[in-house]
Design a protein around this ligand. Structure first.
Ligand code: APR
Ligand code: PHB
Length: 394
């Protein structure tokens, strides 16, 4: 087989890049290790920045999102028993975010892929990348018991944190930056009405809590738990009691509980590799970086990497601008580090750390109080939350 761009991984990064390239007439083949159902079974984030919303529209996969997604003009910070509103729209000159689950984004992209007839291999095993710096870059893999070879000009490594792409780069080439936080998020999905029209990020002596949603009838709630907690030890009743204890009394009184339809614990990590390119291979999304979920940036960063690689490849294929390929990593990393900073800062400000001394605890409280009490502080939160602008490629 032969194509222009080989895409490893059919998460949101791989599917969105594939869709944009296909629409632009650039051939691509997607190779995914899991089945489509397995990919759709993963419950992940749900807040889309405006840049990602616009990119999904450009890709032609936004009809359902525009019908069913919830546009949010702001969110709430809860601390000291009170709610403080962050007016995203007012503070950013009209920008908003869209509440629409990653699972739904993925489903829409999968349907578009199928409708386009462009090739996608699910259930591929033993995926290997070859000749990344040479004249014959290619990918080999096993599918339905058959060994296949895909020749290509470029490879997009969209295969997530545990994927093969980053690991195919020779040791010593990449520099990794990492912080693992000493806690995780216990998340529950339930068919209950949201406790509040907007998201609530709560800082409490018992730990952080987040009230989010997927629709007017489906909620996603989280509580900070110790890294070693086991999901089996958390009955629904225990989860709801813990969540209520961390919310302002008036909010807790309004909380509607119900049976969970999914419950899981996710660790919190910050991670970046530099550079994001090695020869003909380009790392995209979670393959190159992870953020803790507190800023809702993971999926959005994947979209901005896709945007950058797509715009570069367009110019490569249409105008012969191969010089732009070298810029991919620097353009992406500039925005990634800013999102890493915001995610780290939100995490640091809102969570309880096991080793916090009295002075650090006061600093944390004061930081929250200061930022929320100052127009400059609220503006910096808002402009980061709605998403920093994408860099133009020219
Ligand atoms: N070969 C082929 N596919 C692979 C391989 C491999 N060796 N290893 C992993 N994959 C697949 C995974 O099964 C998965 O479907 O690559 C895909 C990667 O998808 P994601 O992990 O969702 O990563 P990405 O598409 O970059 O999405 C961005 O942002 O907030 C985060 O976690 C959130 O998933 C979201 C991510
Ligand atoms: C979610 O809805 O899952 C969600 C929302 C906001 C975050 C993280 C997760 O910051």
């Amino acid at each position: 087989m032969k194509t222009q761009v080989a895409i490893i991984g059919a998460g949101p990064s791989g599917l969105l890049l594939g869709q944009l390239l296909h629409k632009a007439g650039i051939d691509n083949v997607i190779i995914e290790r899991q089945s489509a159902d397995y990919v759709l079974g993963r419950i992940r984030a749900g807040v889309l920045e405006q840049g990602m919303v616009e990119l999904l529209r450009e890709a032609g996969v936004a009809q359902r999102m525009d019908r069913e997604g919830l546009v949010h003009d702001g969110f709430e910070l809860a601390f000291d028993g009170r709610l403080e509103h962050i007016d995203l729209k007012g503070l950013t000159g009209g920008k908003t975010v869209m509440i629409y689950g990653q699972t739904e984004v993925t489903r829409d992209l999968m349907e578009a892929r199928q409708a386009s007839g462009a090739p996608i291999f699910y259930g591929a095993s033993d995926v290997q990348l070859h000749d990344l710096k040479g004249d014959t870059p290619h990918v080999t893999f096993t599918h339905n018991g058959e060994t296949l070879r895909l020749d290509c000009a470029h490879i997009a490594g969209c295969d997530g944190f545990h994927g093969v792409s980053r690991q195919s780069i020779p040791a010593g080439t990449l520099k990794a930056f990492e912080r693992v936080y000493p806690f995780g998020w216990l998340g529950v999905l339930a068919n209950t009405p949201p406790v509040n029209a907007e998201l609530i990020y709560a800082s409490h002596a018992r730990g952080f809590a987040l009230c989010s949603m997927r629709s007017p009838t489906r909620t996603r709630y989280y509580v900070q738990v110790a890294a070693e907690e086991k999901v089996e030890d958390w009955s629904d009743a225990r989860f709801w009691a813990e969540l209520k204890s961390r919310l302002p009394a008036e909010t807790a009184a309004r909380l509607v509980t119900g049976p969970s339809i999914e419950k899981s614990i996710a660790p919190l990590r910050s991670f970046v590799v530099e550079p994001m390119q090695y020869g003909h291979l380009f790392l995209v999304g979670d393959a190159a970086h992870i953020v803790p979920p507190t800023g809702a940036k993971g999926l959005n960063l994947a979209a901005s990497d896709v945007n950058t690689l797509y715009r570069i490849l367009l110019k490569v294929y249409r105008e012969g601008r191969v010089d732009l390929l070298e810029r991919y990593s620097a353009v992406c990393l500039k925005r990634i580090w800013k999102a890493e900073r915001f995610s780290w800062w939100m995490t640091s400000m809102l969570h309880r750390f096991p080793d916090t001394d009295a002075f650090s605890a006061r600093m944390q409280q004061t930081e929250l109080d200061y930022f929320v009490g100052s127009l400059a502080g609220r503006t910096t939160i808002a402009e980061n939350y709605v998403g920093l602008p994408y860099e133009a490629i020219d």
